[in-house]
Design a protein around this ligand. Sequence first.
Ligand code: ZN
Length: 334
Amino acid sequence: MSQTINNYPWHSAQWRQVINMVEQKRLPHALLIGGVPGLGKLAFVRRLAATLVCQQPIEGDACGQCKSCQLMAASSHPDFTQLQPEEIGKAIVVDAVRKLQNKLANTAQQGGARVVIINGATDLNLNAANALLKQLEEPGDNCYFLLLHQWPKAVLATITSRCQKLDLAVPANAEAVSWLSPHMDAETARQVLQLANGAPLHGLELFEQKAHQVRRQMLVQLTAILRGQQTSLEVAQSWQKLPLTQAFTWWIEWLNDLVKLKLTQDSSYIINTDLLKLLQAVAQRSDIAAVYQLLDAVTQQLNYVHQRRNLNPQMVCEALLNEWYLLVRSGAKQ
Ligand SMILES: [Zn+2]
C-alpha cells in the first residue's frame, strides 16, 4: 500500500510552528495531537513523520525522493511505526507496545529519526499505556512519539502528563467554506460545517452521506406532524430507514435547544440556529415537563441503539413521534 502525504490549508499556521521546532531541534519527543474529528489529525502527523525521517527535507516537507521517502511511500520504512487498534472499536493491547519496544531497542536502520504514531492514544488499554510510559519518558535520541487524541474520549492522565499537547484549530468558517466549494455550494457548506463542528473533512463526509438532506427531511416531517399534515405512523415508516444513531442524536440536540429556549427565552444559547422559528413555535405551546420527558425518552432509545438492543425501529419512532405531536398540545404552563 503506498502512502501519500496530504496537507490541508487550515493546518498551515500550526504546521509552521511545528516545523520551526523541528528546525531548531526543539520538537518535544512526545506530542499529543487533539482537535475535533474531521480536521485531518492523522494527515498532520503523517506529514510530520515523513519530514522527520526524510534525509533532506525541503522547506519543512519531506523531499519525496530520498531512500527514506521512498520507503515511507511504500509503507516499509524500518524506523517508522504506526500503532492502532487491529479493528475499529478494539483497544491497542500490550503485546503491540512490547513489539514496538523491541524494535526501538535497536538503532535506527536508516540512520535518521525514529518515529512512532499512536492512533489513537485513547485506544491504549491500561496495560498498553503503562508499558508505553517508560518509552515516553526516555524515548532515546532522535526518537519521536506522535499520539493522536481521538476526541472526545479521554486520554489517561499518565500519558497526557508525559506529552506536549497540540490541539489542531478549527478553521475560520470562510476558509472552510472555500475549501468545500469544489464539492458543494456555499449555503450547503455552511450547513454541513455546522453539523461537523466546523471541521471541513467531517463536513465533506457528512455531505457525501447526504446527512444534511436527511436532517432537513427530518425537520420537514417533524413540522408536518405538529401541523397535523402527517401522522406519527407515516413519518415513523420513513424514519425506520434512517441511521437511528444520527437521527436520535440530532433530535436530542434540538430538544436541548428547546429546553434552553424555554428556560431562558434567549435565542443566543441555541446551537441549531437554523431551527429557531420552529423551536420558538414549539416553545410557546409546550410544557417544560413534557419536553424533558421526550428528551429522556429519545436519549434512552439512543442508548438502546448503542447497546445494539433489538429494537423495532418503526414502533420506537412512532411512540416518540407521538410524544412530539402531543408536545405542542401539552400547553405552556406557567
Ligand atoms: Zn526525503
